[in-house]
Design a protein. Structure first.
Length: 196
């Protein structure tokens, strides 16, 4: 049986600004200087695990400080949850696929953030997924294939289609041996899968 593995940020919802603004608030709260171009650099890396983004932007910081930034970010995140938007065509595609294929949400975001997204979307995106794989579930984040391999294993499938929006998603899917479809084609997905 074929499974479908969906990324979250940029694929099902637009939540980049939620992550960015709560990150910037965390830097300010901890008196860490905002480097020039940090906002653009952060946006380009959305899709990777948050701690991996911070380490790439601030390689000079030790692990304890990175964790403090992460903790502070979570304190500020609820302030921005109203900015989450479900992307066009998502509900229609999920409705058409639900019950026909086992589906997993495979995200670089934390389990806490996933729950916040499920609570902030109406109807809740959570109702569509048999399995959720979040940042805490894996040792290596995308572009490593581990998240998608784990998602397929938890669904009980040996073959899967990955739907994502970044190069990290594409590379991880290909390394896992799965077909990749860009999120911009999500409305076409039910028809495409019917042709398999």
């Amino acid at each position: 049986m074929l499974g479908i593995l969906f990324d979250l940020d940029g694929t099902l919802v637009d939540s980049t600004d939620v992550h960015l603004y709560s990150f910037l608030d965390a830097l300010d709260a901890l008196n860490i200087l905002r480097k020039p171009g940090v906002e653009e650099a952060f946006r380009k890396q959305v899709g990777k695990r948050f701690v991996d983004i911070v380490r790439s932007l601030y390689p000079e910081l030790d692990d304890a400080t990175v964790q403090k930034i992460r903790e502070k970010k979570w304190e500020f995140t609820p302030k921005y949850l109203h900015m989450i938007r479900v992307l066009p065509g998502v509900y229609e595609a999920l409705d058409a696929l639900h019950g026909k294929y086992p589906m997993a949400l495979v995200t670089s975001a934390s389990r806490k953030f996933v729950q916040w997204v499920f609570g902030a979307t109406n109807p809740s995106l959570g109702m569509y997924f048999d399995v959720v794989v979040s940042a805490e579930d894996v040792k290596h984040g995308k572009p490593d294939p581990e998240p998608f391999i784990l998602g397929a294993r938890r669904l009980g499938v040996s073959d899967a289609v990955v739907v994502g929006d970044t190069e990290y998603d594409r590379i991880a899917a290909e390394r896992a041996g799965f077909r990749f479809f860009h999120a911009s084609r999500i409305a076409e997905l039910p028809k495409i899968l019917n042709s398999f």
